[in-house]
Design a protein around this ligand. Structure first.
Ligand code: PGA
Length: 324
């Protein structure tokens, strides 16, 4: 087995290296060359159903166990606490997170329920940023039950989660509505964790890329810039089900999303934008997922409610490091 470095599109195999000991978010792609090929992998065969028409993804076929990032952004892990917790349980969670040893090369954000944001903000280490789980489409006012971006800023939150499948499919939010929220939040300098992902029936119908690209386009059409957007690819069938996407399934879509950004926004945005995976990520599966070159981090639901396990997921950034 040898370690070689190659470019994003797999263009040039430049040099043998056993030097890289630290991952710092720079665009480095290190590939372990193995004798086996992905052609014999049944999971890879499944990609035919998904519609693999992505050039640079397929050009990487055969490159397994990649231990680096195709993008240039820092590893990013978000904890989506959803509608869970009490004052007491969140106080315990915060204290577990405050005492956890966390790798430095990771941006960490948690999204508590609105009513507990202040409590969490006042007790959680500054190492971890706070996100809101939703926001209104514009300035606050007579919108019963809504939370404005101005109020989110007032609580010192820097991020908002938008387009989550639970809001799309349970609450009924559509692409345009979500796009409006994203545009307003970004205009107010709040970062957006922009969620996309297909339903099981859409995957089985071979529409995974169509659905993801349509949801991406709605964001792209609405937002003023991509500087503060993190894309979360969350297949709906994997959320809260315990049925995680395989690393290969996730990588395939992540590579396609990066390719879409490159073709439809810019190569620079494609490189800089973090594309994180969500859907039944836990302490046991995070390391293998993190090794995929287009997986730049995670959005975690259930496992983010357990401090030590969430810390393990955060620290899976170490899977990006190539041993000397
Ligand atoms: P899960 O949720 O980790 O519980 O599957 C992920 C999410 O909804 O962001």
């Amino acid at each position: 087995m040898a370690l070689v470095s190659t470019s994003l599109g797999g263009r040039a195999v430049s040099q043998l290296s056993a030097q890289l000991t630290q991952f710092s978010g720079l665009r480095k792609v290190f590939v372990r060359v193995e004798n086996s090929t992905t052609d014999s992998n049944p999971t890879q065969c499944f990609f035919g159903n998904v519609g693999s028409h992505v050039q640079h993804a397929s050009s990487r076929k055969g490159c397994r166990a990649v231990v680096a990032m195709a993008g240039s952004g820092k590893f990013f892990v978000g904890g989506n606490w959803k509608c869970n917790g009490t004052k007491d349980s969140l106080s315990k969670l915060v204290s577990d997170l405050n005492s956890a040893a966390l790798e430095s090369d990771v941006d960490i954000v948690v999204a508590p329920p609105f009513v507990y944001i202040d409590q969490v903000k006042n007790s959680l280490s500054d190492r971890i940023e706070i996100a809101a789980q939703n926001c209104w489409t514009g300035k606050g006012g007579a919108f019963t039950g809504e939370i404005s971006v101005e109020q989110i800023k007032d609580l010192d939150c820097n991020w908002v989660v938008l387009g989550h499948s639970e809001r799309r499919h349970i609450i009924g939010e559509d692409d345009q509505f979500i796009g409006k929220k994203a545009a307003y939040a970004l205009n107010q300098n709040i970062g957006v964790i922009a969620c996309i992902g297909e339903l099981l029936e859409e995957r089985e119908a071979g529409k995974t890329f169509d659905v993801c690209f349509q949801q991406l386009k709605a964001f792209a059409d609405a937002v003023p810039s991509w500087d503060k957007i993190v894309i979360a690819y969350e297949p709906v069938w994997a959320i809260g089900t315990g049925k995680v996407a395989t690393p290969e399934q996730a990588q395939e879509v992540h590579a396609a999303v990066r390719d879409w950004l490159s073709k439809n926004v810019s190569a620079d945005v494609a490189s800089k934008t973090r594309i994180i995976y969500g859907g039944s990520v836990n302490g046991g599966n995070c390391a293998e997922l993190a090794k995929q070159e287009d997986i730049d981090g995670f959005l975690v639901g259930g496992a983010s409610l357990k401090g030590p396990e969430f810390a393990t997921i955060i620290n899976s950034v170490s899977s990006k490091k190539v041993a000397a």
